[in-house]
Design a protein around this ligand. Structure first.
Ligand SMILES: CO[C@H](O)c1c[n+]2c([nH]1)[C@H](O)[C@@H](O)[C@H](O)[C@H]2CO
Length: 450
């Protein structure tokens, strides 16, 4: 199909993405159990402005209205996550039928609207009961809990949902949650804790993929990673070495483990005593064949030597130029560079851009519209580089904007607005931004130029 950006493969999916804790609200409704983000956001000082996702975008009650907005955007697909603690309030054991019913109605509504559901099983919101019982992902037994959760939801929705992502960005929630303290559960520990948690997440991924394939005929199974191509800040040997360590930690640790069944030797040597306990067969258990790789792409990564993050000892350098509200550089060619990096080294069968977007201080103008020209430029320029990568043979089959609507941006609260749709979080009014109309035109099939 052809649109204002250029030629895209027939069947290319134009989507938008969200996550349960960031949009649903209704945290004590419908039998939902507590999760670690409920706890973390109510911990004084954890979240900017003391905000939380108790109400968020009230999507739990407004999902019909939100599906109608997705139709206005001409979406082919919608990427969303299921809240584990809505399905299994205690993380395991008794199933909450009201939780299954909510997602079943949502999925039926999407299908009726002609929108394909892309489900993420885990987007950071671990049931608090599992955190309390045995330190969450640090306990190897959690793999079995995740398998039960996978089994329940794929039996319930596998007749209608074919695209299943096990985890969103394993590195972010383990490193952020167990070392940096920036994400739930907010622990500041040694890197070894994050590597152990990550090892168990990888095992859970492999076991979950098996269950999905057993329960869902014609399923497509993948995982979502944030891959970053490292550019040394200078030609100085210490910066070049730091960029290699960044590449090892940010990219090869995940891609080698999940696609090749081995941890990269240089990083194993670097981590030494911090390495997780690896049992016989573990690496084969995690490296199950995948139907697609989801990649979240936002920015370029210019890396220099740094003394803080021991033992990886790298730090990001922010080049001059345009930056987003997150303090990230706007560098559209990053999407081309990252796709070429992954395709040339690992050659996944299919790729989806599962997140790409920009945080801006959007405001409603006196005319009642949100004129977010910078987001239009960001999307247009990244899509142009995406189209170039596809034309050069990278097997990208879909693109999901982060995000459908302005939502709860984790430790930063509601201030960073990423949405195609503006949300007034006091009134819950939704307003399509100018970028939403732009994207609807990109996604609209009738605009196809013969
Ligand atoms: C460096 O960006 C990461 O890849 C990334 C960015 N983002 C993410 N991962 C998460 O998957 C989303 O939940 C965030 O809301 C979103 C915006 O911050």
């Amino acid at each position: 199909m052809k649109n204002a950006i250029g030629e895209f493969p027939e069947g290319f999916l134009w989507g938008a993405a969200t996550a349960a804790y960031q949009i649903e609200g209704a945290v004590t409704e419908g039998g939902r159990g507590k999760n670690i983000w409920d706890t973390f956001t109510h911990t004084p000082g954890a979240i900017k402005n003391g905000e939380n996702g108790d109400i968020a975008c009230d999507h739990y009650h407004r999902w019909r209205e939100d599906i109608a907005l997705m139709q206005q955007l001409n979406l082919d697909a919608y990427r969303f996550s299921i809240a584990w603690s809505r399905i299994l309030p205690q993380g395991r054991g008794t199933v909450n039928q009201a939780g299954l019913d909510f997602y079943s109605r949502l999925i039926d509504g999407l299908l009726e609207a002609g929108i394909q559901p892309f489900v993420t099983l885990y987007h950071w919101d671990l049931p608090q009961a599992l955190q309390d019982e045995g330190k969450g992902w640090l306990r190897r037994g959690i793999v079995e809990d995740f398998v039960q959760y996978t089994d329940v939801v794929t039996r319930a929705f596998g007749d209608r949902v074919k695209h299943w992502t096990t985890f969103n960005e394993p590195g972010v929630f383990t490193w952020g949650g167990y070392v940096l303290g920036e994400d739930a559960p907010g622990w500041r520990m040694q890197p070894g804790a994050a590597l152990t948690a990550l090892h168990h997440v990888f095992l859970a991924h492999g076991a979950s993929a098996q269950v999905i394939r057993e329960n869902v005929p014609q399923s497509q199974v993948g995982i979502v990673l944030d891959i970053n191509v490292a550019e040394p800040a200078s030609e100085a040997p210490e910066d070049v070495a730091a960029a290699l360590r960044f590449d090892g930690m940010q990219n090869r640790w995940f891609l080698d483990a999940l696609l090749r069944g081995e941890y990269p030797a240089d990083m194993v040597a670097l981590f030494g005593e911090q390495m997780p306990r690896i049992e016989t067969g573990d690496m084969q258990r995690m490296a199950v064949p995948l139907d697609y790789l989801g990649i979240n792409i936002y920015r370029r990564s210019v890396i220099a030597h740094g003394d803080e993050l021991v033992p990886v000892n790298y730090c990001r350098v922010l080049p001059p130029g345009e930056h987003t509200l997150m303090g990230w550089e706007v560098y559209p060619k990053c999407i081309y560079d990252i796709l070429k990096y992954v395709n040339e080294r690992y050659g996944p069968p299919k790729i989806y851009i599962t997140e790409n977007g920009i945080a801006l201080p959007d405001e409603v103008s006196p005319d009642g519209h949100v004129h977010d020209e910078r987001r239009i430029a960001y999307l247009r320029d990244h899509l142009t580089y995406l189209q170039r990568a596809i034309a050069e043979g990278v097997p990208v089959r879909g693109y999901f904007v982060w995000t459908l609507m302005d939502n709860f941006e984790w430790a930063l609260g509601f201030e960073p607005r990423f949405g195609l749709i503006y949300v007034d979080h006091q009134t819950q009014q939704r307003i399509m931004k100018d970028s939403g109309y732009f994207y609807a035109d990109i996604a609209k099939k009738e605009t196809a130029v013969k």
